[in-house]
Ligand binder design. Sequence first.
Ligand code: ADP
Ligand code: MG
Length: 418
Amino acid sequence: MSTTHASAQDALHKVFGFDSFRGLQEQVISSVVAGRDALAVMPTGSGKSLCYQVPALVRPGTALVISPLIALMQNQVTALQQLGVRAAALNSSLEFRESTRIEEAMRDGKLDLVYVAPERALGEWFRRLLTQTKIALVAVDEAHCVSQWGHDFRPEYLQLATLREQTGDAPFLALTATADAATRKDIVERLALKDAAQFVAGFDRPNIRYTVEAKSTPRVQVLNVVRRHGGAAGIVYCATRNKTEQVAAQLQAENVQALPYHAGLDQGLRARTLDRFLKDDGIVVVATIAFGMGIDKPDVRFVVHADAPKSLEAYYQETGRAGRDGLPSEAVMLYGLQDIVQARALIEQGDAPDNQKRIEKQKLELLVGFCETTRCRRQALLAYFGDDLPEKCGNCDTCLEPVESWDGTEAAQKLLSA
Ligand code: ADP
Ligand code: MG
C-alpha cells in the first residue's frame, strides 16, 4: 500500500475501516499531522493508538512508537499488518537477521511504523539508524512512566528527550490514560515537549459500575463476582504473587477457568496466559499489577481488587480495563483495613526517598477516603482527577444502596493516625 494518505479521514476509513473519530482523536491527530508536539490524556479504551497510527500514515516517513509493553507490541504490529500497514517491532526477541531486515526497511523508507522499547531506542545503534531514517513522528505511549511519583516509573523514560538529537523536527506525541496536573507538567518537562498542545479527555467510564465491599470472606466475595458474570472474562488483582496462585487455585476448584499471572512466572507461560485471555472466552486472570497495562481486550466484564490498589490512579487504570466495548461492566474492590496497614508498612520499609514515601502515603490515604466515602463513588473518583460530575451517577454502590457511614471508619482513622 502507499505510505502517505491524502488525509486523516481517508486513512481512518480506508485503512482502519472506522466511520468516525471518537472523542479527542481528531483534534490530537490534526495537531500531530501539523507537526506540533502534543500531550494527550485519554481514558483507557478511548483509542489512543489511532492518535499516532493515523498520523504515521499521513506524514511522510516512519513513525517511531516507544512503548514499555514489549509483550503487546507484537499484537499491535500483527493487527496493523493485517490492515495492510507496514509496521514492525524491534525487540530483544528478534533474531539478528530479522532485526537487520527491519533496520534496512526503515532506512529505505519502507515502514510506516516501528515499535521499540525505550532501552532499545536509546542505544547508540538505534540512534545511528534514526539519523539515516526520515522520522514522521515520535509517539511516547504510557507517558506517565516518566513521572517518578507515578506508579509505573521507568528510569529510561527520563532519557527519551535526548532522542530529539536524532529525530530532527519530528513532533513528539506523549500519550497516557492517567495523569493529574502535576504528572502532566512532569511529562511536558521531562520529554522536553515544545509549545505542546494539551488534550485532556473526560475520565468518566459510565458503563463501569463501581463497588467497594468490606473484605469479610474474600474467597466467597470473589467467587460471587465471577458467578454473576457467568463465563465472562475478567481480571482479579491481588497484592502478592503467592496470592494470585492461591486465588486462581480456589477459583479452579469451583470450575472457573482461572489462570495466575505475575512477574515471577516464566515468560513463555505469561505469554500463553495473555494469549488465552485475549483469544479464548471466559478466562479469568488472577494477577498482580504486572498484568494489564495497555491490554486491548474489549469484553472484560469485571475487574476485582481482591486487595486494595496502591492509589486512586492505580485503581482507575486497573478498573479501566473493564468494559472497553462500552457494555455494562463491574469493578469490585474488597477493602480491608489490614491491607492498608500492610501497604503503609511496605512504603515505610521501602528504600524510596522520604519525600516520595510521604507522597505514597498521601495517595494511600486518599484511596482510603474513596473507599469510605458515602457520596457517589464516581463523583469521588472523578473529582480526584479534577473532573466534575454534576449529577450523582446512579451506577455505583453508594448511589444504588446509600449508606449512612462506612463500617469501621473510626477504626481506620485510629490505625492510620497511629
Ligand atoms: P487506548 O490505548 O486508549 O487504551 P486503544 O488504542 O487500544 O485504546 O483502542 C481501544 C479500542 O478502540 C481498539 O479496539 C480500537 O480499535 C478501537 N477504536 C479506536 N478508535 C476507534 C474509532 N474511531 N472508532 C471505532 N473504534 C475505535
Ligand atoms: Mg494504549
